[in-house]
Ligand binder design. Structure first.
Ligand SMILES: [Zn+2]
Length: 670
């Protein structure tokens, strides 16, 4: 008898098959004596469209909302159905009596496998391969240490709840908004509160009124120090600053306090996905999505880093024994010497790195034991890999130590402060000086080594400098990710997609590495239900999903609450009745309904104009295409024909109207 192994995707499946010694290749599986390895291609099954629950839902009608099926239906995704059918056939082969789930070891991966099993009608035994690296060693160990499939039932429930919640909230609110305002508008559980954060920041910047302020700096012959009052260094009146200046001019001064302290800064924590995405955005300018993609390649193809989609910044205690091998794997890289000296120093990073209580599914992202050959990496891969290695070496390095000398100088009853620092041991900073955790508080104006308590000084001159308060900066992807994390919006695995989705919906755009809201984004936020705009609701849902995963909450109760929330949200949109004037994105009117159209790029990147009216749906044909053959009627011609049909048909309720036809068309596109 044979066991079917189900991987997340073909590339991973081929690796597993190689390690398991399966040789007989076909297009959709690889067979050996004991195992058959096949693969999904991400999800092969998804929640069915509303139309599958009741055909009347194919059309978007406000009166049908909310659509809340008693039982969610599933469907096999059309374009990969051949792969689903292959797996189904194999699960029912007479010589197959066991299944090993080897999809991504996380919430979504679990769902990929369980939905396939459900739709294929598989009721046999199953086990789970749960690994954090794709190295041969990790795969072999994983197979020697398979977990009972049932152990992951709660993970599957949480995944299913997430999918259903997104379907119920996203689909109903999107349809409610679009029908109520007869405009294509999109809203969702995570995307709407995320967009609201971007809007809030834009609002703060727009309303910001810069205030002038003045600061004073005194020259003490050899060094200078800044004046500081009870409320800090800023003086918000020029007059006050000037009078202070003349009061202090050439006064006698004395060092009233002198402090010298040794200070230490521990190394930064190892990377989880969000922290790495932030740092890569800040230092390398990568988008969150880009970082995840490159990282996935380092994990799957090169096998030189551990599992990417993690929210832990620690390692379980048993990984400690593997550290020397991970360092030795750097022997052919520029990090060779550093790695060797760390091995020789036998580091003891303790709980800062090894803390099993802070690891759930996967540990922090670190190098694997696979020997690295950097010439095989692309420039982008090399840069990201370097970042991960640097951090790994830093965490294993000693603390950064320095002496901090600070003086308070008094003159004419006013205080000046100055500090200087002197490094004792660079420690981890010698490796990872760019780490975001490093904040240099050294405002060293000069050498104050010679000062002692009671040293008498003379102010030579006092300089006034005028500045302005500045608004908070626009969000970068890095700062948006950390806000999303702080408010519990999405998971490490999904945040990058949410950002991309908001950009592709044209609600948000990138500008010089920053994110800002578009007029279309402002419009959808104006109309979206208030409850969905604050991160509160989504954050509570996310916490409850985690509780379901941990077995502390029942899925049924969660879904019932989501249904109730969906009803409320739809009601609030329908009764919102906002006096709405659509944003005009161009001066080009729709030839069918006259509304101003919106410029968008089609799949080939050509600019076309589309009508945003849901009941119209006109799309401009791109110019000079030549791609469709000249006899094919254009979309415009078809739309005009349909409009004529509508105009001349007298029964309005029984037949499809033009609007319905377009709604169905839109529905099918999803
Ligand atoms: Zn139109």
């Amino acid at each position: 008898m044979k066991t079917l192994v189900l991987a997340e995707k073909p590339s991973v499946g081929r690796e597993i098959a190689r390690v398991l010694g399966c040789r007989k290749q076909t297009k959709s599986f690889i067979e050996g004596d004991k195992y058959i390895v096949s693969w999904a291609m991400g999800h092969l099954v998804e929640l069915a469209d509303p139309g599958a629950h009741d055909s009347k839902y194919k059309a978007w009608n406000a009166e049908d909302l909310p659509i809340i099926p008693d039982r969610m239906k599933h469907k096999v995704i059309g374009r990969t159905s051949h792969q689903f059918n292959t797996i189904k056939k194999m699960l029912h082969r007479n010589d197959v009596n066991n299944l090993i789930i080897a999809t991504d070891a996380g919430r979504e991966g679990e769902l990929v496998a369980r939905w396939i099993m459900r739709l294929a009608g598989y009721k046999g035994p199953f086990q789970r391969l749960w690994i954090s690296s794709q190295t041969d060693k990790a795969i072999k160990e994983g197979f020697a240490n398979l977990k009972p499939g049932k152990n992951y039932d709660n993970l599957m429930r949480a995944a299913e709840c997430r999918a259903e919640a997104d379907w119920l909230v996203g689909l109903n609110v999107t349809r409610a908004l679009s029908c109520t305002y007869d405009t294509k508008l999109s809203s969702g559980r995570v995307q709407t509160p995320t967009l609201a954060m971007i809007a809030e920041r834009s609002e703060q910047i727009k309303n910001f009124k810069p205030k002038p302020f003045w600061t004073l700096e005194a020259d003490f012959d050899g060094f200078s120090a800044s004046w500081q009052g009870k409320n800090g260094k800023r003086i918000f009146s020029e007059e006050a600053a000037k009078s202070l200046q003349s009061k202090l001019k050439e006064s006698e001064a004395e060092v009233v306090k002198l402090d010298e302290k040794k200070q230490t800064v521990p190394p930064p924590l190892a990377f989880d996905l969000t922290a790495l995405q932030q740092e890569a955005n800040r230092v390398l300018g990568y988008s969150a999505k880009q970082t995840l993609k490159i990282l996935q390649g380092l994990y799957e193809r090169h096998k030189i880093v551990t599992y990417p989609r993690t929210d832990s910044r620690h390692l379980p205690e048993d990984v400690e024994a593997t550290i020397p091998d991970r360092l030795k794997a750097l022997k052919n890289t520029d990090w060779k010497n550093r790695a060797e000296s760390i091995i020789a120093s036998k580091p003891k990073p303790g709980k800062r790195l090894f803390d099993g209580s802070k690891v759930s599914d996967h540990h922090a992202i670190i190098p694997t034991e696979e020997v690295v050959n950097t010439s095989r990496l692309s420039e982008e891969e090399k840069a990201l890999w370097n970042m991960i290695v640097k951090r790994f070496l830093a965490v294993l390095s000693p603390k950064h130590q320095f002496m901090k000398r600070s003086a308070e100088i008094k003159a004419a009853g006013e205080s000046f402060f100055i500090t200087s620092t002197k490094t004792i041991d660079e420690g981890w900073r010698a490796i990872d000086f760019q780490a975001i955790e490093t904040k240099d508080d050294d405002n060293g104006f000069g050498n104050i080594d010679k000062l002692e308590q009671g040293t008498k000084l003379q102010i030579k001159s006092v300089k006034i400098q005028q500045s302005q308060t500045s608004p908070p900066p626009l969000h970068s992807e890095g700062s948006l990710l950390s806000s999303m994390e702080k408010h519990n919006l999405g998971t490490p695995a999904t945040r990058a997609d949410i950002i991309e989705k908001l950009i592709s919906n044209r609600y948000m755009q990138r500008q010089n590495g920053k994110l800002c809201i578009t007029p279309a984004g402002e419009e959808v936020l104006l109309l979206a239900p208030q409850q969905l705009k604050s991160p509160e609701l989504t954050s509570q849902w996310e916490k409850r999903l985690k509780a379901i995963e941990e077995g502390n909450e029942k899925a049924g109760k969660f879904i019932n609450d989501i249904r109730a929330n969906t009803r409320e949200l739809v009601d609030s949109v329908k009764s919102g009745g906002k006096n709405y004037k659509p944003v005009e994105f161009s001066k080009k009117p729709c030839p069918l309904c006259g509304r101003m159209m919106m410029p968008v790029r089609d799949k080939k990147g050509r600019e076309i104009h589309v009508c945003r009216s849901l009941s119209c749906g006109y799309e401009e044909e791109p110019e000079n295409t030549g791609a469709y053959g000249y006899n094919k009627p254009s979309k415009r011609e078809k739309a005009v024909t349909r409009k004529l049909i509508k105009q001349y048909s007298d029964n309005s309720s029984d037949t499809f109207t033009l609007a319905d036809m377009i709604k169905i068309k839109n529905d099918k596109k999803k």
